[in-house]
Design a protein. Structure first.
Length: 388
């Protein structure tokens, strides 16, 4: 049987994980990678052991052996690359955020619907089995409603002012930095797990490190480059933010994001308080789900096939006590995406867990509302999201 062909455009930090996940599927071929130049594509193709390397994305998209395009380029290239792939009738798995702003996000969402192809955004934290467990418990009404949804997503890889990434450059990363990069994950997770949409937001944004020192090249996420000749760059976008939330049914919420907070490596935490019990999931301790109770001792559900509900079981690969990780959850998303794509990606057969361009577009609307709220001096801003 001929394998499905995959091509990846934009080999940065996350690209290796896309390739690993696809190779783990077994029935998908990593056909080619494309970079910003032939030289960088050759280097990455050698590193990832991929046969074909293209110095421009159009050639990769035109390759007849490739049916699925993974777009892991910097944010400013999401629109042109994804649009070109959709127009060529290819399925697309895009890194988050889908686009730089709601206008771009809407164009991509509409183009994907019109092209009738698989369209997925890597909100990969949905792929964790205990995230699906929490989602199922809430959907079945076991928490007896939700009063408060809160948490944070904190990192420290931008603490050093010598780290200058394209994410801090509005022309390449978009007007928002921390909110677009990791706030987008938190909000997607909060909406997915709770089943509730955020209706309005009140945001307070800060730039803790207003001057960064650039070596001329963009630092990869989590890299620690601080050598070489550097020039100062004034940073306008936020590296720290706190946001109050009102969900559609009146449920309250709040979250903070920051990428300059020493000691916090990839500290995503989501807590949901219901009338019957509370649930808390921490990405850095992702094999446990905390269950808080009022009249009984609190508990911890371990990731164990015999404990979770059937909808979460699908996302577990190992017996209890065998820790699963970020890469396993990422794989789960890629597996669901390819299963859907191989069926022809019919909208009504989309796995519940799978985030599509609709979710990616919504995410750009959420971030936009937060930016507007802050710019207006911290006022409540309604999230404007136009459905197809
Ligand atoms: C960097 O902040 C980053 O790689 C994000 O871009 C990813 O989406 C997140 O999963 C891990 O951190």
């Amino acid at each position: 049987m001929k394998k499905t062909g995959m091509g990846l455009i934009g080999p940065g930090f996350v690209a290796a994980h896309h390739i690993d996940a696809v190779r783990r599927l077994g029935d998908v071929d990593v056909v080619a990678v494309a970079g910003s130049s032939q030289e960088s594509a050759n280097k990455k193709a050698k590193e990832y052991k991929v046969d074909r390397a293209y110095g421009d994305f159009h050639t990769l998209i035109a390759d007849p052996d490739i049916q699925v395009i993974h777009n892991t380029t910097p944010n400013y290239l999401h629109l042109p690359v994804t649009m070109a792939a959709l127009q060529a009738g290819k399925h697309v798995i895009s890194d988050k955020p889908l686009a730089m702003n709601p206008e771009e996000g809407r164009k991509l969402r509409n183009a994907a619907v019109a092209a009738k192809v698989g369209n997925v955004v890597t909100f990969n934290y949905r792929g964790n089995p205990l995230v699906q467990q929490a989602r199922g418990m809430i959907a079945r009404g076991e928490t007896e409603g939700l009063s408060f949804i809160h948490g944070h997503y904190l990192q420290d890889w931008m603490t050093d002012p010598n780290v200058y990434s394209w994410r801090s450059d509005p022309a390449k990363g978009g007007v928002s930095s921390a909110l677009g990069d990791i706030g987008s994950h938190w909000c997607d997770l909060a909406e997915h797990v709770s089943g509730l949409k955020i209706d309005s937001v009140l945001a307070d944004l800060t730039t803790v490190i207003p001057i960064r020192y650039s070596s001329g090249a963009s630092a990869e996420a989590f890299s620690k480059e601080s050598t070489g000749e550097r020039t100062p760059v004034r940073v306008q976008s936020e590296d720290l933010a706190s946001v109050l939330l009102r969900f559609e049914n009146g449920t309250k919420g709040c979250f903070s994001v920051g990428q300059v907070l020493p000691g916090h490596k990839n500290d995503l935490q989501l807590e949901l308080n219901g009338r019957a019990f509370s649930l808390k999931w921490k990405q850095e301790e992702q094999n446990e789900l905390w269950i808080g109770r009022h009249n009984q001792p609190n508990g911890v559900m371990m990731k164990d096939p015999s404990l979770v509900s059937p909808d979460a079981l699908r996302y577990i690969h190992l017996p209890g006590g065998h820790q699963e990780s970020w890469a396993d959850a990422f794989f789960n998303l890629i597996r669901d995406a390819y299963e859907w794509i191989c069926e022809g990606a019919p909208p009504d057969a989309k796995p519940t867990m799978l985030p599509t361009f609709e979710d990616g577009y919504r995410s750009t609307c959420l971030i936009d509302a937060m930016l507007k709220s802050h710019a207006a001096g911290g006022v409540w801003e309604k999230v404007k999201h136009i459905s197809v």
